[in-house]
Write a protein that binds this ligand. Structure first.
Ligand code: NDP
Ligand code: HSE
Length: 442
């Protein structure tokens, strides 16, 4: 197919990321050839509409709607179309033909990664997907290679730029959720359907990939507990700020001691992060991955989690790696899933909580609430009451209070059952919010 010093590269997709990858492959051809050890010849770019406007100037002759000849005639196939099909079928075809593949497709890796990795193993090829998690930030390779000799204990990660942008502006400006979401869409951070961002489907896919790498275990997407940010309101933001926290959408991947058995918990939900924690300083649409490893200690990887040119950097790094393997020969490095740790049900997760209740301000209420928590095995760490209705003591019948309870660590299932009992109690008018507290040094 090629001589030793020339590799054929096919690109599938020339949208936000693909058009930048193509432009950089063409502009920096000499430099990339020197780094890869071979000329990287872009032989063609498959798109849906060759005449559609592009973000970069690309030679019209490279654009085609016929992907198959490109896939079958190339050493490296870069997939930047997105979605499951036809991306999955095309990458399987490329791998079966012996090509190395590079993709930024988190949906595909999170749902069909094992199938692609097996196809690669059968022919000794490799699957590269640095861009699939946190855009430009190098995190796949650090987890797979740099930390391969360590034991990752926990990952706390901001992996969705849209939701971080929304929560950051709600926190810093008191902005309204709907207004900020509209801005995120206008600025191009949000997916075409923002549900993928705000309901945390995008972050859950990235969490599944991070946990698979960190714990050497195949983590199916449906094993990831997922909660989005649509229930977060201005009152919760203010309460978090007053208590010294900021609300972030976090991907949490951690080892658990589950009644003596080692398991892992993988979940995505809004969480209170103390303002002193490095993740609290991640502003705007940026991403960050905070890794706690047994020997290395705390590490943080920070930067642009999206954007065409930024993400193209990660894709090109993978292309150079794939090219080096072709030049050196030998089989590609496969995925390490040998630990195969059990994935704990969400109810087994252990963390701290902040529960905000609206209660009647009358004698015995606190004692009743404390009793319900004690019965549920949930230990109170802090409690703060603010009178919100009536006048303090003057009109007891109509007086209401906000009661914010911080708990010690508790199991999710115990906390959930306790909150249900609180909600049903005469002492509690309403359960206003239940937020998990993460990154507090557990
Ligand atoms: P876009 O929607 O901007 O581009 C998709 C491209 O794929 C278009 O050029 C489109 O062609 C082409 N395409 C779609 N379907 C087909 C098909 N059936 N046959 C041939 N071509 C097809 O996507 P992005 O560039 O934003 O994203 C690409 C991938 O990178 C996705 O997997 C995404 O999740 C991932 N990613 C994106 C990031 C970002 O910031 N955008 C960040 C990190 C990862 P046409 O132009 O003719 O319509
Ligand atoms: N919509 C995604 C985000 C793009 O907001 O982070 C990158 O995957």
């Amino acid at each position: 197919m090629t001589d030793d010093r020339r590799l054929r590269v096919a690109l599938l997709g020339a949208g936000s990321v693909g058009s930048q990858v193509a432009a950089l492959l063409l502009q920096h051809a000499d430099e990339l050839a020197a780094r890869a050890g071979a000329e990287l010849e872009l032989v063609g770019i498959a798109v849906r509409d060759p005449d559609a406007p592009r973000d970069t100037d690309l030679p019209r002759a490279l654009l085609t709607t016929d992907a198959e000849p490109l896939i079958l005639g190339s050493d490296i196939v870069i997939e930047l179309m997105g979605g499951i099909e036809p991306a999955r079928a095309m990458l399987l075809q490329a791998l079966t033909a012996g090509a190395d593949v590079v993709t930024g497709n988190k949906a595909l890796i999170a749902t069909h990664g094992p199938e692609l990795f097996e196809a690669a193993d059968r022919v000794g090829a490799s699957v590269h997907y640095e861009a699939a998690v946190a855009g430009a930030i190098p995190i796949v390779r650090p987890l797979r290679d740099s930390l391969a000799g360590d034991r990752v204990q926990r990952i706390l990660a901001i992996v969705n730029g849209t939701t971080n942008y929304i929560l950051d502006r709600m926190d810093s400006e008191g902005a309204d959720y709907a207004d900020v979401l509209a801005d995120a869409q206008r600025l191009g951070y949000a997916e075409a359907d923002p549900t993928a961002d705000v309901e945390a489907f995008d972050a859950a896919q990235k969490a599944a990939i991070l946990a698979s790498l960190a714990f050497h275990t195949t983590v199916p997407l449906d094993a990831v507990h997922r909660e989005g940010i649509t229930a977060i309101d201005a009152q919760m933001m203010t309460a978090a700020r007053d208590a010294g926290y900021v609300i972030k959408l976090l991907a949490v991947c951690e080892r658990l001691d589950d009644d003596g058995a080692e398991t892992i918990s993988v979940r995505v939900h809004p969480a209170l992060v103390h303002r002193d924690h490095p993740l609290a300083s991640v502003r705007g649409a940026n991403n960050a991955v905070f890794v706690q490893a047994e020997a290395a200690g705390d590490l943080m990887f920070y930067g642009a989690g999206a954007g065409g040119i930024q993400t193209a950097s990660a894709v090109l790094g993978d292309v150079v790696s794939a090219a080096r393997r072709h030049i050196a020969g030998g089989v590609g490095v496969g995925e390490s899933t040998r630990a195969n740790l059990p994935i704990a049900p969400f109810g087994h997760a252990v963390t701290r909580y902040q529960v905000t209740l609206e209660v009647d301000d009358r004698p015995g209420v606190l004692a009743t609430i404390a009793g319900i928590l004690a019965d549920g095995g949930v230990s109170i760490a802090t409690a703060q009451q603010t009178i919100i209705g009536g006048s303090d003591g003057a009109d007891l019948a109509s007086s209401r209070a906000l009661l914010v309870i911080g708990t010690h660590t508790a199991r999710e299932r115990d906390l959930a059952a306790t909150v249900e009992r609180l909600g049903a109690s005469d002492a509690v008018e309403r359960v206003l919010s239940v937020l998990r507290v993460e990154g507090d040094g557990r």
